[in-house]
Design a protein around this ligand. Structure first.
Ligand SMILES: [Zn+2]
Length: 408
């Protein structure tokens, strides 16, 4: 590790640990105290090289079956705390309650494995890092890859935006936003073995196979760059399309108000496919989606008569909906309803929480704008702005008052 880079990283993390306690828990992330932040930061520093700190990306949890193979029959090195084996490719890994099996061998504690040379291939993914399987509190198994932040990022940028149609400035803005988001997850999860999901629950990552040259260029040319506000990294959200104005972190995720995640106008996404959209939902479909959420509180939902937006923000985002039904009424978080509907009818879902809703002949009709939660950078907006703005200007547009810093 270069000494200068290490010192700079430590200095910024020191600032980070001092500043963070003034802020309450940032929505999806656990609360943090200064001591754990500092210990985490210094622990992370020990592993931080020119490719940044290590990140754990979880692909599966619970009970699952997966096959891992090498490209040309290279052996796979399997390790436990006390022993190791060199196994022929492929290996079949079966996670069951309390036990994990690898090609006939059974283990009840964590295992690690990697290709003795080259990458591992699993379900169409090329994974260059090391794979770990740890038993979790439910006796299931967490499967995750550990790799460096810079090696992880091209896989994220490749999946989050289209490298063949997005200009370089938009790709670079995406690389910086994704790096900042991931670093925040690492720093706010002290002691955790994995930090991000491989899906939209965090940011999408499906390994590092078949990467577009522009993706690699965008990550390399922004190496180590993150956004900071007040000397600290923050949860740098982004989304597909805002439809004209982004959503504040306050409205979207109940975060404390911060200029870095404030609502801003955007006219870069006018040509995006879901700049405007319309969704018609038959009452029974909407009722099923609401019932999936309300059922967790033991509430039974009758025929829905009215859907009323609650606490609508100045920018038109609807954080909550009041559902008036035959058995009474209840208030539901729009984000949870979107998630519930997405599972129920993946192809027919509420694309965002910026909409107006009316009842027409037993069908609820939503007229909306944008796709995604709306917080932070609008990816299609960045694509539009990239014709005339630099990536630094795009980041400044969406993340107000932030500073671009190079940490490694
Ligand atoms: Zn936009």
């Amino acid at each position: 590790m270069r000494v200068t880079a290490a010192c700079r990283f430590m200095l910024l993390l020191g600032l980070f640990s001092g500043l963070f306690p003034n802020e309450p828990s940032l929505g999806l992330s656990p609360a943090l105290n200064s001591e754990t932040a500092f210990n985490s930061a210094t622990a992370g520093l020990a592993e931080t090289g020119e490719d940044g700190p290590m990140v754990g990306i979880r692909f599966a949890t619970g009970q699952w079956d997966m096959t891992f193979a090498t490209k040309a029959g290279e052996k796979i090195r399997l390790q436990t705390k006390t022993a190791q084996w060199s196994l022929p490719s492929p290996i079949v890994v079966q996670a069951r309650e309390g036990v994990i099996k690898v090609s006939g061998r059974s283990f009840d504690t964590e295992i690690r494995f990697h290709a003795e040379s080259g990458a591992l291939f699993c379900e169409g993914m090329e994974l260059a890092g090391k794979i770990e399987c740890w038993k979790n509190a439910n006796e299931g198994w967490d499967l995750f890859e550990r790799t460096s932040l810079e090696k992880y990022l091209p896989g994220v940028v490749e999946k989050e935006v289209s490298a063949s149609s997005f200009p370089m400035a938009a790709l670079k803005a995406q690389a910086v936003a994704a790096r900042t988001y991931a670093l925040f997850q690492i720093l706010t999860r002290p002691g955790r073995r994995w930090h991000v999901h491989s899906s939209t629950r965090s940011q999408v990552y499906q390994g590092v196979g078949k990467l577009h040259p522009n993706t690699l260029k965008a990550v390399e040319e922004t190496r180590g760059q993150v956004l900071m506000t007040g000397g600290a990294v923050f949860e740098c959200f982004f989304h597909s399309t805002c439809g004209g104005v982004t959503c504040s972190g306050e409205t979207g995720y109940n975060l404390i108000p911060m200029s870095a995640l404030s609502s801003v106008d955007c006219d870069g996404c006018r040509k995006a496919p879901f700049y405007r959209w319309k969704l018609e939902l038959a009452e029974p479909v909407l009722r099923s989606a609401v019932a999936r959420v309300a059922g967790q509180s033991g509430i039974r939902v009758g025929t829905i008569r009215q859907v009323i937006p609650v606490d609508v923000s100045d920018s038109g985002y609807v954080p909550y909906l009041r559902i008036v039904h035959d058995g009474g009424s209840l208030e539901i978080n729009t984000r949870r309803l979107r998630g519930s509907l997405g599972k129920l009818t993946p192809k027919v879902t509420l694309r965002s929480s910026a909409f107006e809703v009316s009842l027409e002949k037993n069908r609820f009709v939503f007229h909306g704008r944008g796709w995604g939660h709306g917080v932070g950078m609008c990816q299609h907006g960045a694509k539009g702005y990239a014709k005339s703005k630099t990536y630094e200007e795009i980041l400044q547009h969406y993340y107000r008052g932030t500073e671009l810093r190079t940490l490694w």
